[in-house]
Structures are given as structure tokens and as C-alpha cells.
Design a protein around this ligand. Structure first.
Ligand SMILES: Cc1cc2nc3c(=O)[nH]c(=O)nc-3n(C[C@H](O)[C@H](O)[C@H](O)COP(=O)(O)O)c2cc1C
Length: 336
């Protein structure tokens, strides 16, 4: 079984990946947030930004490209090959209207001809393996019926599927019947990605899709950095030890951002962003988060966080537990 950290722009950057790897276990790999490219000449070593030299992190990293210009993908692929990377992932899932309306990310899913032309060019010339991360469609899941046969024609190393459509953004639930249909039609190794928040969700999904051996964790892992460890059964879960581990991780994360970001307001904004995720793991988290998001001073923010730790908060892992069974109960798991 392979467990992969999902790419999440603004969150799973190099700082987070590195600090996370020093404190937690359970993941085999991270896909880095997308590098957005409009044209080939944009690509330079600077483009790699926080990816850096391969091998800097203990967690192997797969880079991702967002764009629709094959020559830009190839320029990046060549640069990555020089740095020792072996795979470049193409983003066919980004749901944001600003991206999609320019036929990028999930916006490409209603242009199968463009997907075909892109893959034909990059698969013929890429010095690294090509994989894709995809949704079921942009407007309708039926769009995958034109896309999957195209994917099947090219030597992709794997396909990471988030079974929602683009216009859904993150609302509703993953469409498990849609994923099943994609799986049945697609000849490539698949990675399942979507709403894995708990052991119970994961057990439901592994039962439903016994042939899937690669799983990608996104928001669930950001809410609960222990998640991968728990899914693998390696989490001991003593309350005090868990809190001590979390606090040590949090403090190192904050210190690492303090060293990278310029000025207290950037650090404050970044740490508030993290609390938008972390608060979900604590019973009193929501109330605490409502309070600290109003704080505009870094010192006062630090004091409030310290007081939260001192009060030894209770955990409430798995805030969205049980949706897979719920979907099963309502017949949403079965193809009509
Ligand atoms: C804030 C945010 C940033 C994201 N950035 C990326 C990205 O850079 N590349 C990408 O392929 N997906 C991106 N995603 C999508 C996630 O990788 C993932 O597919 C999605 O969150 C569903 O998985 P989850 O339910 O486990 O969170 C992003 C999602 C969020 C919420």
C-alpha cells in the first residue's frame, strides 16, 4: 500500500513537508503543489522554487505542472530530469473558475482534443514519466467517457483521481460510483483521492475498491497530521504523548515559517491558515479558532495558542467520520 500527501497550494509547501516528515510517519510520497506555466520560455531554475534539489527532503516529492502548453511541460520536465526527478504530474483537476475558464486544470476536461494533443506531444518527448491528476469532469461526470480512452492511449505512469466534478469545487461527497466507472475503463494504475478523514472512511474505501493500492490524503491529513500513521495502524494515541508530539510539530512549523517569511503579519496569516485546518482535531477547536482568527498581533496570538496547549485540549479526530457507509446506505456507491 502506498500513501501520498496531496498537493495543496498554500499548505503542503517545502516547509510543511519537511517539518511534517520529522514528526510523523505513514506517508511514502508527496505530490508538490502545482507549478503554473503559461508558456515554455517561463521555465528556469527559479521556476522550481521551493521544490529545490531532489533529495533534500526525507519524503520523496513528485512535482506537478498546471497549464495547457506541451512545450512548457517539456521544458519543465527537462529541468526536473537534470535535477534527478523521474516523474512530472499534469494537473487536470484544478476547479477554480479563473483557471478553468482558460482551459487549464479541470477546464481541459471538456476539451478532449486538447488533452489528446498535449499528451501526444509530451509523452513522445518527456525525459521523465508523465502522470495526471484528474477529476471526473468539469461540468458533468460523463465527460470522463471521452477522456479515459485518450488517457489509455498513452504510457502514463499513473492516474490520480479525485471523484468530483470541477464545478462542484469541494461540495458534496466524492462520487464513488463515478470512481468505479473510471476505474473499470482506465488501464493505468490508479490513485484514489477524496475525503479520507478517518480510519472508518478508509476501511470503507478499501473494502469498496480492493484493487486500489495507492491512496492520497489531502484535507484530512492537514486537519490531523497523525492521519497516515493512524490509517497504517501505527498510532498509539496516548493523550499526553499525542499532545506533546503535536505541540513539538506545531512549534517547529511556526519557527520554520518565521525563518522563511518576511515580517510578523505574514507569519500570523500563515499560522491562522494552519489553524483553519488544525482546529478540526480538537473538541474546543472551533471556538478557539473563532477567537484567534480575530487576533491581529503575533505576540497575543502566540499567547492564546500557548494557553490552549496549557489547557490540555481534548482530541476529536475524524470530524467527518462515516460518510462512506452513509453513501453505501443510500445506494450512492452503486452504479445505476
Ligand atoms: C487549498 C487547496 C489547495 C490545493 N492545491 C492543489 C494543487 O496545487 N494541485 C492539485 O492537484 N490539487 C490541489 N488541491 C486538491 C487536493 O490535492 C485534493 O485533490 C483535494 O483536496 C481532495 O482531496 P481531500 O478530500 O483528501 O482533501 C488543492 C485543494 C485545496 C483545498
Amino acid at each position: 500500500m502506498r500513501m501520498i500527501m496531496a498537493p495543496m497550494r498554500g499548505y503542503t509547501d517545502a516547509v510543511f513537508r519537511e517539518v511534517w516528515s520529522r514528526h510523523f510517519t505513514g506517508l511514502d510520497e508527496a505530490v508538490a503543489p502545482f507549478i503554473s506555466l503559461h508558456k515554455a520560455s517561463e521555465v528556469s531554475l527559479k521556476t522550481l522554487g521551493e521544490l529545490g534539489q531532489k533529495g533534500t527532503f526525507s519524503l520523496p516529492v513528485t512535482p506537478q505542472m498546471l497549464g495547457n502548453q506541451p512545450e512548457a511541460f517539456l521544458d519543465l520536465a527537462r529541468l526536473l530530469a537534470d535535477q534527478g526527478y523521474t516523474e512530472l504530474n499534469w494537473n487536470l483537476g484544478c476547479p477554480f473558475p479563473m483557471v478553468a475558464k482558460k482551459a487549464r486544470g479541470s477546464g481541459l476536461l471538456c476539451h478532449p482534443d486538447r488533452v489528446d494533443a498535449f499528451l501526444e506531444r509530451v509523452c513522445a518527448a518527456s525525459p521523465v514519466e508523465v502522470s495526471v491528476k484528474i477529476r471526473l469532469g468539469r461540468q458533468r461526470k460523463e465527460e470522463m467517457e471521452a477522456i479515459v480512452p485518450i488517457l489509455n492511449r498513452y504510457p502514463l505512469s499513473r492516474v490520480m483521481v479525485h471523484p468530483r466534478i470541477g464545478t462542484q469545487m469541494y461540495t458534496g461527497r466524492p462520487d464513488l460510483a463515478g470512481f468505479e466507472r473510471f476505474r473499470a475503463a482506465c488501464h493505468h494504475p490508479l490513485v484514489y483521492n477524496g475525503d479520507i478523514w478517518s480510519q472508518r472512511d478508509f476501511t470503507g474505501l478499501t473494502r469498496r475498491f480492493p484493487g486500489i493500492t495507492s491512496w492520497m490524503l489531502g484535507r484530512g491529513l492537514l486537519a490531523d497530521p497523525f492521519l497516515a500513521e493512524r490509517l497504517r495502524g501505527g498510532f498509539r494515541g496516548e493523550r499526553e504523548e499525542t499532545l506533546a508530539r503535536f505541540v513539538a510539530f506545531y512549534e517547529e512549523l511556526e519557527a520554520a515559517y518565521a525563518a522563511r517569511l518576511s515580517g510578523p503579519s505574514h507569519l500570523l496569516a500563515r499560522m491562522k491558515g494552519w489553524w483553519a485546518c488544525f482546529h478540526q482535531s480538537f473538541t474546543e477547536g472551533e471556538r478557539f479558532f473563532r477567537k484567534i482568527r480575530k487576533i491581529e498581533n503575533l505576540e497575543a496570538f502566540g499567547k492564546a495558542v500557548q494557553a490552549f496547549w496549557d489547557a490540555e485540549p481534548d482530541w476529536q479526530f475524524s470530524p467527518n467520520e462515516g460518510w462512506v457507509e452513509e453513501a453505501e446506505g443510500k445506494g450512492m456507491n452503486k452504479e445505476a
